[in-house]
Design a protein around this ligand. Structure first.
Ligand code: ATP
Ligand code: MG
Ligand code: MG
Length: 554
């Protein structure tokens, strides 16, 4: 078995196990906010948390961090569940921070009673002004020393809906001089008269992230709460809140941080991805150009390829940008093993085999996957009139052009050796048709001397009378810049690539007639393709998942 070195999170866990944690105490969670669809960055967090669950045979909860009704929706909850399942993971329990609203409220009341929280009646601007700067202490709110009874009364009135948004907030009473700005009496609750996708109008005060996350971890008895690096300064507050609540007989969760993963030529932020959706730059969250899990799925990515990708990049303590070509490498590698080979022509040029009988047809044997013997073979029709790719023919070319040129020979994949004799052109010089002859004894696999003859090039093709038409969608990078959201003076939207989608009509071998949505193929010499969601029986639509080789100019 492959021996893998431990990553730094696993080291932390191993140390904890040595220090006396029992394996049974280990518990993890993946905590998305349902304010958008999951993206490839989330895949790293999913694979980390669920991977730890698998490694230590520990439960992993799926916890929706749903404390902001203004941005959250049930549609997102459903999409997130679908994506985590599709990646191949099973959660122990489906949880919602909103399930804990009452408990959080009760604990907040306790904090007030202990003199650890107070109602502030200033505007958010005033509160912000008093925060001070990292080098200068903040100023205490005039309401900081409000009597406990008054705080309790006001907080209850906040909950009962007696106030408008912004009139009062509940703040933790910590330290206005702390060098950690987050410790300067952070807001715990605000009034928000918005219906929540689960609690509806039961609540009109909503807890903030810091006052929710660690407490939810505590309720669920999560041992290691793993989050991204931007939460490092929040750890002190995470711990402070727990200090106020944790009882000795219950496990105390710890927050640990790892680096966010970024992918080149795209953005991994739900907020920014939402802008692309709302601005109509893509057809939706699952547009095949999107770095969302659902977009990648629709594009033809497999769960295995995404898991292998996140495994390869591992986890880190420092942020960096992973080149998208690494993601493409992984899908190519997987599809090479599993995708049946077929022939399709995307930019057709008509080719007539003048010495092949008119109206004659034959069905040639074609191997489905040279990487997988069990994949078997199929029949492809051959006839006098074929399509090849325009770029596979030139009237004249030098010796390095291993395709078809006048007077030259190539093999037609699974078929015969042909020789280009002449071509017809329109007035502008565009080639309309190529006339060829074929060598009847050269049929692939026939065992004749001629069939074994080596010619330099092999071309894919389809028989014109048998071809089926399909819409084929080719994708380019969604952004023209490797790091669109890293420019100080430019908005990432300025880098949207206006030509990221090309639609054309392809001509496919007839075996593809019954291809089903999601089916994956290699169109020989063109790339890997899958059947898009928009596809119907009479109107097949294919996406190019990825080209065969890394053709992206760096
Ligand atoms: P976004 O800005 O896209 O909304 P987020 O961190 O606010 O990202 P959450 O729904 O809160 O999104 O994320 C759930 C979990 O996934 C969190 O633990 C978060 O830290 C992690 N996560 C989010 N983005 C990335 C990323 N790019 N790389 C690694 N982990 C991520
Ligand atoms: Mg978040
Ligand atoms: Mg967010």
């Amino acid at each position: 078995e492959e021996v893998k070195s431990l990553n730094f999170i696993e080291h932390i866990i191993e140390e904890d196990l040595e220090k006396g944690y029992s394996k049974e105490e280990l518990r993890f969670r993946f905590p998305p906010e349902p304010n958008g669809y999951l993206h490839i960055g989330h895949a790293s967090s999913i694979c980390l948390n669920f991977g730890l669950g698998e490694k230590y045979n520990a439960p992993v909860n799926l916890r929706f961090d749903d404390t902001n009704p203004a941005k959250e929706e049930k549609e997102y909850v459903e999409a997130i569940k679908r994506d985590v399942e599709w990646l191949g993971y099973e959660w122990e329990s489906e949880r919602y921070a909103s399930d804990y609203f009452q408990q959080l409220y009760d604990w907040a009341v306790e904090l007030i009673k202990n003199g650890k929280a107070y109602v502030d009646s200033q505007t958010s601007e005033e509160i912000a002004k008093q925060k001070g700067t990292p080098t200068e202490p903040g100023t205490a709110s005039p309401y900081r020393d409000r009597p406990v009874e008054e705080n309790l009364r006001l907080f209850e009135a906040m909950k009962n809906g007696d106030f408008k948004e912004g009139e009062h907030v509940l703040r933790a009473k910590i330290d206005m001089a702390s060098t950690n700005m987050l410790m300067r009496d952070p807001v715990m609750y605000r009034v928000l008269h918005k219906a929540h996708h689960r609690t509806n109008t039961d609540w009109c005060i909503y807890p903030l992230y810091d006052w929710t996350h660690g407490e939810s971890d505590y309720i669920e008895q999560v041992s290691h709460s793993l989050c991204t690096l931007e939460f490092l300064p929040h750890r002190e507050l995470y711990d402070w809140f727990l200090d106020q609540l944790v009882s000795e007989d219950r496990l105390r969760p710890k927050q640990r941080e790892f680096a966010r993963r970024n992918l080149s030529h795209t953005v991994v932020s739900k907020r920014k991805l939402l802008q692309l959706v709302e601005g109509g730059h893509v057809s939706g969250w699952d547009d095949p150009r999107m770095p969302t899990i659902s977009g990648l799925r629709r594009r033809g990515y497999t769960p295995e390829s995404i898991r292998n990708f996140t495994d390869t990049i591992g986890i880190a303590k420092r942020e960096n940008v992973v080149d998208v070509s690494l993601l493409e490498f992984h899908i190519r590698e997987h599809l090479n093993k599993i995708a049946p080979r077929v022939m399709a022509v995307l930019n057709p040029l008509k080719l007539v085999i003048t010495n092949y009988g008119e109206g004659k047809e034959e069905w040639l044997d074609a191997e489905n996957n040279p990487e997988d013997e069990s994949a078997g073979s199929r029949k492809v029709p051959f006839s006098r009139e074929l399509y090849i790719e325009q770029e596979d023919f030139r009237e004249e070319a030098n010796r390095k052009f291993f395709r078809l040129k006048l007077g030259g020979e190539v093999r037609l994949k699974n078929g015969y050796i042909i020789k280009a004799e002449s071509c017809t052109k329109d007035e502008a010089g565009n080639i309309l048709e190529v006339q060829c002859t074929y060598d009847p004894k050269s049929k692939s696999g026939s065992g004749t001397e001629e069939s074994l003859r080596k010619v330099k090039g092999t071309l894919h093709w389809v028989s014109i009378p048998h071809a089926i038409e399909a819409e084929v969608r080719l994708y380019d990078r969604l952004f023209n810049d490797p790091t669109p959201d890293s420019h100080k003076d430019k908005d990432f939207m300025e880098f949207v690539n206006p030509d990221s989608l090309t639609k054309l009509t392809g001509y496919l071998e007839p075996s593809l007639k019954n291809a089903q949505i999601g089916d994956r193929f290699q169109f020989q010499r063109l790339g890997y393709f899958n059947v898009d969601l928009d596809s119907t029986k009479d109107n097949l639509v294919f996406n190019r998942t990825v080209t065969l080789r890394d053709t992206w100019a760096k």
